[in-house]
Design a protein around this ligand. Sequence first.
Ligand code: GLA
Length: 708
Amino acid sequence: MPIQYFEETRLFCLTTATTAYLFQISPNEQPLHLYWGAKLPRIEDYPLAPPDRQHSSFNATLHQNMSEYLCRNSIAEYEPALRVTFADGTRDIRLKYLSHRIEGESLSVKLADIYYTLELTLEYRVIPECDMLARRVTVYNAGQAPFTLEQVLSASLPLALDRGEYRLTHLAGAWACETLLERCAITPGRKVLEGRLNYSGHAANPFFALDLVDSAGQGAGENIGEVYFGALQWSGNWKIVIEQERAAGKRTRVAGGINDFEFSWQLGASESFETPWLVLGYSDAGFGKMSRNLHRYVSEQLLPPQFAHELRPVLYNSWEAVFFEVNEAAQISLAEKAAKLGAEVFVVDDGWFGERHSDHAALGDWQPNPVKFPNGLKPLIAKVNELGMDFGLWVEPEMVNPDSDLYRAHPEWAYHYPNREPITGRNQLMLNLCREDVQLWMLGWLDALLSEHNIRYVKWDYNRAISEMGWVEGAQSEIPVRHVHALYRIVAQLRAKHPQVLFEACSGGGGRADMGMLAHFDHVWTSDNTDPLDRLLIQQGYSLVYPPKTMYCWVTSTDWNRGNYPIRYRFHSSFMGALGIGTDLNSMSEQDLAEAAALVAQYKQLRPIIQQGNFYRLTPLGEEEVLAYQYQREGEGVILAFGQRYHFWKFLNRLRLYGLETEALYQLEGDLMEGEPHLLSGKALMRRGLVPKLERALNSALITLHKI
Ligand code: GLA
C-alpha cells in the first residue's frame, strides 16, 4: 500500500519502491514532517516527533520548524509557504488538522484556520512507478469575506533533521546557453532559484537537486550517494528556496512553487486556489537514478498521451537556412532536399505571415503573406505531403508587433500601463492573455489554421520576457498566474480538437523547458545555439531532468565557435535527443548531402533505443573533456562519446556501461579503440568497460551494443 495511516500515532507513511516520506499530526493538531529518504524495513524504524521545544526567544519552536507546510505565523525563521492578509488586516495563520482522505495513491489532508475562513488542503500523490511523489496545495475560502493570498507555494519541507552538509546542483544560463550545470555548497542563509519574467526562463530552470556531502567532503556521484531532488510543473514565475540555519544542526528546508514576485490573488467567497505540482524524489544511487526517475515521470505520467509513447519524427526546419526569406518556391526547393535526406516533418519557421520581412512587424497578423504564398499555404503543404513528409508551422501566438494590423485595431490587447509608452523587446509586445477577448481570438485563428490545413506540427514560440504586467481593467497582480492558466487551457483545447498535431514548446530556444510545458507540449526546442560543441553542455543539462526524446537537437552549419566540425560530429551531437536538421541544404555539396542522408538513416535505426531507452551518463557531471552517454533499451544499446580536448599524453578512461545482464554476451560495433574486443559479457562491460576511439579534439564515437 503506497499510503498508510496509523491511527494511534496519527502517522502518515507514503512509500515508493525505494523511498519513504512520513509526517505526523502533533497533539496540538499540527502536521509535522518526520522523514524523507530510503525506505526502511519496519514502521518502527522511522523517527516520531520529539517533544516541542524552543532554543531561545529568538527562534521558532522545533515543531514550528518541522512543519509539513510552513505558514506565516509565530517567528518566521524560514520561508513561509503561505502568506495571506485577511479582510481585517490580520496576517497571521493558525491552522489545525481537520480531516484526511486516502484514495489509492492520493492523500489529502485538510487543515483550517482556528478563526478565519481559510481552509488549506495538503495534497500528495505517490508515483510508485517512478519512485517519486508530488505535492501541491489548495486554499479555499469557506466564508463570505474575501482574503488576499500573497504567497502560496506548492510545498515546503525540512530535509533530514540531523544531517547538515548538502551540495546544490541546478541549471542556469541565458539565451543561447540554457540549462548549464551549476553547483555550490549549501551554507547557512538562503539560496533562491527563480523565474520572474512571466516564463520559466533561460536564466534558471525550475529544478533542484541536493546531494548529501559526507565527512570527507564527498558528494553523490553518477551511481552512488544520496540525492534529494524536485521539479516544479509550472511555466510562469516560480521560485525554489533552499535555506539553512547555522544553529540546531544546520537544519535545511526546501520550498517551491509559484513566485510571489508581483503576485497576489483575491480569494472570494467559496473560491479556491490550486497550486501546480512540485514533484519530489530521493535517490540512493546518485544522479543517474535521479535522471532516470525524472525521465520516467515525464514520459509515463506527464506528456500529453497522444504522442507520449510515439517516436519523435526527424524534422527539417528552414529557419537557419533562410531566416525571414520564406516563400513557396524556396520552401519547395528545400523540402525536396529535406525529403531526400530522410526528414519526416518539414517545418516552415518565422516569416510566412502578414508583412513579416524581419522581426520588426506583423506578429498578430496570422494570414499567409500574399506575395510569398500567392495561393496560401495549401500548395506548399500539398507538395510537402507529396514528398512523403508531414507539414509543420511556426507561430508565436502570445505576441504582437506594434507595427501590425492587430495592434492598430486593438492596442489595448497588449499588457501596458496607462500614461506610459510600452517597452518593446525584439520589437514586440506581449498580448494580455488574461483577457477573454484575446483568448477567444487566439483560439479562433489557431483552430481555423489547423482546421483548414493539413498541419501536423506546431512550433509555439515566445520571444521576449515581460517588462510590464499592466492591465487597466483587471487585477495586475494576478497576471503571472492567469497568463499561464490561459496558455495551458488554449493548448489543451487545440489538442482536443486537433489530436493529430504535435506541439513543440519554444521560447527563443529553451526558455520554456519545464514540466508545466511538458504536460501540454510534446517536446521542447532546446536552444537557439546550434553549435554542436556548445550544445553538448546544454543538452547534458537538459537531459539531467527531462527525457532525451523531448529535446530537439538540430544539425546546422552554423559555427558559433568557428569549430569547423565534421558532419559526423554535428550529427552525433544531435543524436542525443530527437533529431532535427536546420542546415541550408542548398549550400551543401552532393557528398555532404549523401553523408548526412546516411546518418539520418542510421539515426532512424537507433531512434527507438535513444528515444525510448534508459539513459546513463558514462562520464561524471561537470567533466567536460570527454562526455559519454549510453542509451539502453533491453538488449540493445547505443553509446555516444565526445572528445572535446585532446592532449597527446592523454589516455582515455575506460567507460563502464550500465543496465546490462551480467551473464549475457554483447556484440559491439562502431568506433572502438583498436584492440578492444567486440564481444564481451554484460558484467565485463559494466566492470572492465570499453574504450571508444576518440583520437582528436572535437571527435565523436558511436558504438552499438546488441545482446546475442
Ligand atoms: C526564436 C526561435 C528560433 C526561431 C526564431 C524565429 O528565436 O527559438 O528557433 O523560430 O525565434 O523568429
